[in-house]
Design a protein around this ligand. Structure first.
Ligand SMILES: [Zn+2]
Length: 480
């Protein structure tokens, strides 16, 4: 039925091994290439969709989240000795400075460091600096060590319960950035974290005692990637769970945070849209997954995707571009008729942070009007192109009574990933409440091929497929 499937099935075992190898080892290199050189021929076509990209500074935002960055060890305390003989104290400082620079350039944040040179600082003093400054988060940076030099992977530690979500978003994004093994988030009693009066997490980026990981960790590319991952983690945390900085004092008095899961409405009602950005559903709803397809519809790939979904009796969510809807209204109708949810993905896929608020809203409204004209439905869900939407614009979208939804699992299907790459990503990053980002336009044969294999793979693990609206307990559309 689908010729691409047969073609891909002829791939030899050696080729598969090679692909697995470049997925893990080459991932970091490819990542840094895509960020350092936009003209790279491999990634030019689709590099627009890469989500780890920072918002341009905006002078309109004055209140910032205060982040204390804590480079582990220092001075007389060298920390771990890496496979190459380099010390952890130097690694942590170099990486911390990169994190500092990225945070400083981001209008959302104001960073400080517990040390900026190779000096020894007591753990109590590190926590005290964060407490006295009334930081909104403390993020300690370390490299791991073990007697067995094959030990590997990234882990993030926290001590207080209310730091779990911070640890989760940092862990997830460092994994995404470096592609190291996911050792997970762990609760451990650590002095610097237990003495901190704000959400605090410690990321062990990788094992310095593992020669392969150390090489990546000490490389400029690896450090740029790790720094961006950490910053993206902080960003997601505050966009998703953060209170506005002005309410920080109240928040710290009783030590409580209003986490998103508790705010999720139980009834279907557009009135209770979460005022943050959604990245995933609640694990409490069981092993649910929501498949999403962006940038369409087109005539070919969208149709292939719809066939597969139909065969498997799965309802998905399509984030549609207004101009694509205008070009292919029959496909929009088919999506709706087959029971999927249509959502708004802007008119022409600009980066909203580079538009005025007025221009941003026009992109959304024009698309709403177009979709309503075709289907009679006005979507409730909006996903910004590139996942980029600063706080000011998130608020503006909420004023349209729409929910902003990004994703938790990025298949990077636009990047040249093969179906097997995509399946590996899904296998690794999926957890209950996961929202999977795929694309339904262009030459996305890899997406279609992966989809056919992903569905049974997830079902075997006990996942059920829901629309984003169901997952988030929202109605699909605005009231007429
Ligand atoms: Zn898109």
């Amino acid at each position: 039925m689908k010729t691409y499937k047969k073609r891909k099935q002829t791939v030899k075992a050696i080729a598969i091994f090679f692909l697995l190898f470049i997925t893990t080892v080459g991932g970091v290199a490819a990542w840094s290439i895509s960020n350092s050189d936009e003209k790279n021929p491999i990634l030019t076509e689709h590099s627009y969709e890469y989500p780890i990209k920072l918002s341009p500074p905006s002078s309109s935002q004055t209140q910032k989240y205060k982040i204390m960055i804590d480079p582990g060890h220092g001075g007389k305390d060298p920390g771990a000795t890496g496979a190459s003989g380099n010390y952890e104290r130097d690694y942590t400082l170099t990486l911390a400075k990169k994190v500092f620079d990225l945070l400083r350039d981001d209008p959302m944040f104001e960073p400080r460091m517990t040390r900026t040179t190779d000096v020894f600082v007591e753990l109590e003093d590190r926590a005290a600096m964060a407490n006295e400054w009334q930081a909104d988060a403390l993020l300690a940076i370390h490299g791991n060590t073990y007697t067995d030099d094959s030990a590997n992977g990234t882990e993030t530690l926290h001590t207080h319960d209310d730091s779990n979500l911070l640890a989760q978003t940092v862990q997830k994004n460092v994994i995404k950035a470096l592609g190291f093994r996911d050792r997970g988030v762990k609760e451990e009693r650590l002095k610097v974290l237990s003495l901190s009066e704000m959400p605090a997490a410690l990321v062990e980026v990788g094992y310095l005692t593992n020669a392969g990981e150390e090489a990546v960790m000490l490389s400029t590319d690896g450090q740029n990637a790790a720094a961006k991952g950490i910053v993206e983690g902080l960003k997601q945390y505050f966009l998703q769970y953060g209170e506005h900085p002005s309410s920080q004092e109240e928040q710290q008095l009783d030590g409580s945070h209003e986490y998103r899961d508790e705010e999720l409405p139980n009834v279907d009602s557009s009135v209770n849209i979460d005022k943050k950005m959604y990245y995933n559903g609640s694990a409490e709803d069981g092993k649910q997954v929501a498949l999403t397809f962006d940038d369409g519809p087109d005539t070919e790939i969208t149709s292939e995707i719809l066939d597969i979904l139909k065969e498997n009796e799965i309802k998905a969510t399509f984030f549609i571009m207004g101009k694509q809807a205008k070009a292919h209204p029959e496909m929009v109708k088919r999506i709706v008729k087959e029971g999927h949810v249509i959502a708004n993905h802007s008119w022409s896929h600009p980066n909203f942070n580079k538009l005025t608020i007025e221009e941003s809203l026009k992109q959304i409204k024009d698309t709403q009007d177009q979709l309503e004209a075709i289907s009679g439905l006005r979507p409730l869900l909006f996903r910004p192109p590139y996942g980029e939407l600063n706080e000011e614009r998130v608020q503006a979208v909420h004023e349209l009574n729409m929910a902003v939804v990004n994703w938790s699992v990025d298949t990077m299907d636009w990047s040249g990933n093969t179906a097997s790459d995509i399946l590996k990503i899904v296998d690794k990053q999926m957890y209950p409440g996961g929202i999977v980002l795929q694309h339904s336009t262009g030459k996305r044969e890899n997406t279609v091929e992966a989809l056919e294999l992903m569905i049974p793979q997830l079902r075997d693990k006990g996942y059920t497929f829901v629309t984003v609206s169901e997952m988030l307990h929202l109605q699909g559309y605005q009231d007429a």
